[in-house]
Design a protein around this ligand. Structure first.
Ligand code: UDP
Ligand code: MG
Length: 338
């Protein structure tokens, strides 16, 4: 495994942090990181991705950067969402070990040294597993729990339960993820898909340090659908079996009706059975169309091959690295697709 210091940049560890309207959380975030990572000296960088904030986050980040060159700033041209913002950071960071995390301190920086210790033992991925989640509402914990259970039933590669984006990844894992071709990127399942030797460290997830959550329930629902449809075709295929079952039972039911008529003659006009059959089949057909629509919509957005993110400006990076992204014509996730 390649644990040597990167000769060009000297960066051993990169934190990649997407930020959307997080001005209130910045002071405490940087001071906690600074304290937790003091023993690493200059061998780490914090890649902050400003995801179209409108509250002065960018200005504050640039001010921090002037004081501490280890803080690097990527400024996206608008709000793209947490995952595209993370992708932008992942494509520009240079560390041999990379830790994507939130800036609201729900992913405690104090855990990073433990992650690094396990990485040095030779693991490529060290998951930070949540053994408890304080300050998150019961419905959110329950829905997230159930979603991942269903995901694991359907998806080809199951994911470790109770993890988020927070984990340590080796350079080769990050390079592999950056080279994957899709432009809609669902990181939990993508990270999972690439494999490599993994281990875990557990922690209790604290409540948000400042500000409020940037997700609404509707967005979480969409995120869940995206994750599921990008890594399972089960919802598409299951309808052939359901159709088979429905028409199979309809066939036997028809035989039963004919026999009944022959033996006892007709007693009722058959209105109920007709209407039930029509409504039931109509419902199934609409659901099937809906599922097709979900997938076709995603195929449509994928074939357009638009970049995952567009970088407006980058501060603290090699100009050669940021050029492609800054002009954005290149797909935004790494040289493989330029
Ligand atoms: N975030 C982002 N863009 C968005 C939404 C969120 O960059 O459109 C960032 C946000 O600033 C934070 C992280 O993603 O650093 C996680 O968001 P949040 O804490 O609101 O999510 P939660 O922990 O409530 O799921
Ligand atoms: Mg949070």
């Amino acid at each position: 495994m390649n644990h040597t210091v990167n000769a060009q940049s000297g960066v051993q560890l990169s934190l990649v942090v997407p930020m959307f309207n997080e001005v209130l959380a910045l002071d405490i975030f940087f001071s906690r990181c600074e304290a937790a990572l003091r023993e690493l000296g200059d061998s780490y960088e914090i890649v902050c991705v400003n995801d179209g904030s409108r509250d002065g986050t960018l200005e504050k980040l640039l001010e921090y950067r002037r004081r501490d060159p280890r803080i690097k700033v990527v400024n996206l041209s608008r709000n793209f969402g947490q995952e595209p913002a993370l992708c932008a950071g992942l494509s520009l960071c240079r560390g041999q070990a990379v830790v994507p995390m939130d800036c609201d301190l729900q992913d405690p920086p104090e855990l990073i040294l433990q992650l690094i210790a396990r990485w040095r033992e030779g693991f490529d991925i060290v998951y930070a597993v949540r053994s408890g989640r304080q300050g998150e509402s019961l419905p959110k914990r329950l829905t997230s729990n159930w979603f991942w259970r269903i995901y694991n039933l359907l998806a080809d590669v199951p994911v470790v339960s109770n993890i988020g984006i927070f984990r340590l990844m080796s350079r080769r894992v990050v390079d592999t993820v950056n080279r994957l071709p899709e432009s809609k990127r669902h990181l939990r399942s993508l990270f999972n898909y690439v494999g490599y030797p993994a281990t875990q460290v557990s922690y209790t997830r604290p409540p948000r340090s400042a500000g409020t959550t940037k997700y609404r329930y509707w967005q979480l629902w969409n995120l869940a659908l995206d994750e599921l449809t990008s890594f399972s075709t089960m919802p598409l295929r299951v309808w052939s079996y359901i159709g088979l079952m429905v028409s199979g039972s309809a066939f036997f039911y028809a035989i039963y009706r004919v026999l009944r008529k022959l033996i006892w003659g007709s007693d009722t006009p058959g209105y109920e059975s007709l209407i039930v059959a029509i409504l039931f089949m109509g419902g199934i057909q609409l659901i099937t169309l809906g599922v097709l629509g979900e997938y076709i919509g995603r195929i449509f957005s994928e074939v357009k091959r638009r970049p995952t993110f567009i970088i407006e400006s980058a501060h603290g990076f090699d100009p050669a690295d940021t050029d492609a992204g800054a002009h954005s014509s290149a797909a935004g996730h790494g040289p493989a697709t330029v």
